[in-house]
Design a protein around this ligand. Structure first.
Ligand code: ZN
Length: 274
């Protein structure tokens, strides 16, 4: 190989590695339920700094020698209040803009899922604690996972963030993506990880939560069958169960949730090939 060829090959290799790195980051969207990518430019350490938002650890990754915080923005964040990431004793404030998520009105929901009795409310509270504990998991088994694969095949039946009305009553916004995959079709985990919660929950039905490290978890709900248990280590694409219609649903689908720094964000921001 002569020098010209070598230079060309090196240039190509550098260009490819740069574009691969760039493509690997989640899509940035500074809106409630979105993701902010904050350059921690006041950090001089060669070690990844610990960064937090509202006291919750946030994912930090490195690209082209820069430390970046990958921050989930709460759906209830107010657009007129700046958010502040803290890292290595420094603060980074940023603003978000409005995202006017559309309304969704669903009718024909069994009344127990719209106006649960006190016993059902108590059950839901206990289940929420288990799920929140799973979401708060902080582990560093590997480098941060920056990209997720679709866990099921089917049209998207409800987008993330929809302002929801069940039988005309306002309820919490939609905190995941609904994929209308056929009943009993396979659900495949969106990245390698460890199962942190498995349960039969009041609203979410049969559910699995998987921790991918660095504050990133994925959640799979309404399953007809669960094939994994808490503590299982999963490879990307391993089957974790089957699509179903358990819990508060109007038909079979997979509700797929993605949580970053204990904040539910739009799953599609982590999906590259759609
Ligand atoms: Zn859903």
């Amino acid at each position: 190989m002569n020098l010209t060829h070598l230079t060309k090959s090196l240039t190509l290799a550098l260009t490819l590695s740069y574009s691969i790195n760039t493509l690997a980051l989640p899509s940035e969207s500074r809106v409630p339920g979105g993701i902010a990518i904050i350059e921690l430019d006041k950090v001089t350490s060669t070690q990844a700094p610990e960064a937090t938002l509202n006291g919750q650890r946030v994912m930090v990754t490195q690209e082209s020698g820069k430390w970046l915080a990958i921050v989930g923005i709460p759906l209830k964040a107010k657009i007129d209040e700046a958010l502040t990431v803290k890292a290595a004793g420094k603060s980074y404030s940023f603003n978000i803009s409005d995202n006017d998520y559309p309304e969704q009105r669903l009718t024909g929901i069994p009344s127990k899922y719209v106006e649960p009795d006190p016993k059902q409310v108590a059950r839901w509270r206990e289940e929420s604690k288990v799920q929140n504990t799973a979401y708060k998991t902080w582990s560093e088994p590997n480098a941060p996972v920056l990209e997720l694969a679709m866990p099921a095949q089917g049209p998207y039946s409800s987008a993330f963030g929809l302002k929801r009305f069940f039988n005309d009553q306002p309820r919490a916004p939609h905190s995941g993506l609904d994929i209308a995959a056929p009943d009993k079709s396979p659900i495949k985990v969106a990245a390698a990880g460890k199962v942190t919660a498995v349960g039969e929950y009041f609203f979410n039905g049969n559910t699995v939560i998987v921790d991918h490290g660095h504050g990133l978890s994925t959640m799979y709900c309404h399953m007809s069958r669960i094939d994994v248990k808490v503590g299982d280590q999963l490879e990307l694409g391993e089957q974790i169960g089957l699509v179903g219609k358990t819990g508060r649903v109007t038909g079979p689908h997979l509700h797929w949730g993605v949580s970053l720094n204990n904040t539910r964000v739009d799953p599609l921001l982590f999906v590259k090939a759609q």
